[in-house]
Design a protein around this ligand. Structure first.
Ligand code: NDP
Length: 245
């Protein structure tokens, strides 16, 4: 994938970092975004130490104008985006009885509105150039629902509706749009869960362990490749058999 430019939102998180490294290993020029200023200094230094030359831009994925401006800046400074990985995401859990509108809106805006905000300034260019990849990182909980996550489950399920519709609109132009739905992955977020709770989660996963960020990154890299040109509008589960469809 030499010469391809990949934009990974939220690329400094647990799964995002693995995706950035895997795409770079595959030859892409990798650009990532972050929303909390300051963390990029250490992350870029860590990447450099590991031999990666990443690009990082401050961009809140919930801000439509900021996303358009960031993509324009990336096009001017790095080049046009060929591969877009919508990875930024948050949870704000609570039973529906206790869920407030702020937590509903934050989760919808970060996980779902962000697809509009990033695809809008990137997909037309992919279509014009006759090649592109959009990969949306959803969740097992968008496929099966999860107690305490009406907001997150709705947003993550919505991401796949978006993928299927956009996939149909751009399929003839060499652009694929897919959803990746990870199960429980051993990132800081999941490792911070008390051990006994984590063990209960693992007991419900047929392969008997948490997933690795590198396993998600491997699937994303495959979807980004030429070999995956016949896969579009798919929702690929990567969950150790926890939810089979
Ligand atoms: P992290 O919390 O480690 O990373 C999330 C990233 O999203 C952070 O880098 C964060 O950057 C970024 N982000 C959050 N809000 C915004 C915003 N408004 N604008 C720009 N960036 C933002 O999460 P994971 O790596 O664990 O998860 C990555 C994706 O995978 C998410 O979409 C998540 O829902 C999904 N997922 C994760 C699973 C898991 O087990 N970990 C399971 C299933 C799905 P910053 O800190 O700078 O805001």
């Amino acid at each position: 994938m030499t010469k391809k430019i990949a934009l990974v939102t939220g690329g400094m998180g647990g799964i995002g970092t693995a995706i950035c490294k895997a795409l770079a290993d595959a030859g892409c020029t990798v650009v990532t975004t972050y929303s909390k200023s300051g963390k990029e200094v250490q992350w870029l230094a860590d990447m450099k130490e590991q031999g990666y030359a990443m690009h990082a831009y401050l961009c809140d994925v919930t801000d439509t104008d900021a996303c358009a401006a960031t993509v324009a800046q990336i096009a001017a400074e790095v080049g046009p985006v060929d591969i877009l990985v919508n990875n930024a995401g948050i949870t704000r859990d609570g039973t529906f009885k206790k869920m407030n509108k702020v937590d509903w809106d934050m989760v919808m805006r970060t996980n779902l509105d962000s697809l509009f905000n990033l695809c809008k300034p990137t997909v037309d260019g992919m279509v014009e150039r006759g090649w592109g990849r959009v990969i949306n990182i959803s969740s097992i909980n968008g496929q099966k629902g999860q107690f305490g996550q009406t907001n997150y489950s709705a947003a993550k399920a919505g991401m796949h509706g978006f993928s299927m519709a956009l996939a149909q609109e751009v399929a003839k132009k060499g652009v694929t749009v897919n959803t990746v739905s990870p199960g429980y992955i051993g990132t800081d977020m999941v490792m911070a869960v008390p051990e006994e709770v984590r063990n209960k989660i693992i007991a419900g996963i047929p392969v008997g362990r948490l997933g690795k960020p590198e396993e998600i990154a491997g699937l994303v890299t495959y979807l980004a490749s030429d070999l995956a040109g016949f896969i579009t509008g798919a929702n690929l589960a990567i969950n150790g058999g926890q939810h089979m469809m």
